[in-house]
Design a protein. Structure first.
Length: 405
């Protein structure tokens, strides 16, 4: 079998019928779809990003697309990438490449017209597939068999692939979480463990980006347990992690929310974790909220739930129930109650205090807090009129107290 002979012919998947993609492939007859789109099409999964490779140089690509009346953006000419805009969608078209030098994160590349050489620089065999417009699949390293077997395997020597880019350690577990049904081969496991110090060369943002993708997988627990076994989890979350708690939460049926799963997995302080992974402010705030108290329980009555809802949104309280590992009908009913209860809003404001003749200052806040505490203890059902009545009593008591003081 020559490199130009497809290893497999399939009925062209639906994404190849997209008019924009069809126009691109018609303008670049030697081009193929590569990587994830081919992998997911063969696996029967939805196809998201569509990347295209071609033996043509970037200048030849631009010229061919301009002749076809298609708009291009030179997004990465030095690395051989041109972006084509068709019907409002962007498609990355990259010239076939070979690595000249690597430093563990970035590569110096040169162009080539050899598909096998380009495929050899990919990370895993299931990502080294390419497909032409007729549904011919080209497979130089056994990626089809690995995909069918549920096996994530490095292209060539695992140690060499990892040394080229240490992010591939985390990418291994990302793909393991989604596609693997078999344990990693011994060579891959040894290479990962030997390369653990290289993880320190990765930026926190890249680490969190891959960890987030791992945790977003439908069933990430086996991959996370394998990360713990091989020492990867301790390297990226050195302050502590509890894969068993993550597994219990997943078994309870919790949603596939990576930040919720991170809150279950990590045992460190939320702010320390946010600093380590350089989470966004919104992610930091949510992580704090998820790990805060209280967490609702099935035995809580509606008054208790309303008190919690007065300070915390229902979605956060529901997520806290997942973090406790709550499962079963009682917990499902509790989550339904939380979702159905309107969030109570304290009906008074500072203007209500000032209307009683109280001078602006700290006493305004003190009186509001006093009445709000009374409102909370009553189950958050007192209306504005009742709260104003309570406010008048509190203001009078406060005035009398100051008089006798």
């Amino acid at each position: 079998m020559t490199p130009e002979t497809p290893a497999l012919r399939v009925t062209p998947p639906g994404f190849l019928a997209e008019p924009g993609l069809g126009a691109l492939l018609a303008a670049l007859p030697g081009a193929r779809v590569v990587g994830g789109a081919v992998r997911d099409a063969l696996a029967g999964l939805p196809v998201a990003d569509i990347d295209i490779a071609t033996p043509a140089t970037p200048e030849q690509v631009v010229a061919a697309l301009e002749r076809a009346g298609l708009r291009t953006i030179p997004t990465g000419l030095d690395h051989g990438t041109v972006t084509a805009l068709v019907d409002g969608r962007g498609y990355e078209i990259t010239t076939l490449r070979r690595d000249v030098a690597t430093d563990g994160r970035h590569a110096v590349v040169a162009f080539t017209d050899d598909w096998r050489t380009d495929a050899a620089r990919r990370d895993f065999t299931l990502n080294a597939l390419s497909m032409n417009r007729d549904g011919g699949v080209f497979d130089y390293f056994g990626g089809i068999a690995d995909l069918r077997a549920g096996r994530v395997r490095f292209v060539g020597d695992p140690a060499r692939r990892i040394a080229e880019d240490y992010l591939r350690i985390l990418r291994f577990f990302r793909f393991h979480a989604r596609y693997a049904r078999t344990p990693p081969d011994a060579a891959a496991a040894r290479a990962i463990q030997a390369a653990l110090p290289g993880l320190s060369r990765l930026s926190p943002e890249r680490v969190w980006g891959e960890l987030r993708r791992i945790l977003a997988a439908p069933t990430p627990c086996d991959a996370v347990a394998l990360m713990a076994t091989l020492g990867v989890l301790g390297a990226v979350l050195p302050e502590g992690a509890d894969p068993d708690r993550l597994a219990r939460m997943a078994e309870a049926g919790a949603p596939s929310d990576p930040l919720l799963r991170l809150a279950a997995l990590s045992t460190s302080d939320p702010d320390a974790l946010a600093d380590r992974l350089r989470l966004s402010n919104a992610e930091r705030d949510r992580l704090r909220a998820l790990r805060a108290a209280p967490a609702p329980r099935p035995e809580d009555d509606d008054a208790a739930l309303r008190r919690m809802l007065a300070d915390t949104p229902a979605d956060v309280l529901i997520d806290r129930t997942w973090l406790t590992g709550g499962r079963g009908e009682d917990w499902a009913a509790l989550r339904a109650r939380l979702a159905a209860l309107p969030r109570p809003v304290f009906p008074l404001a500072g203007s209500d205090v000032l209307a009683l003749g109280v001078a602006p200052g700290p006493r305004v806040g003190e009186l509001l807090r006093s009445v709000r505490q009374w409102w909370l203890l009553g189950g958050c059902v007192a209306d504005a009129a009742a709260c104003r009545s309570r406010l008048r009593i509190a203001a009078l008591d406060s005035s009398l107290s100051k008089t006798f003081d």
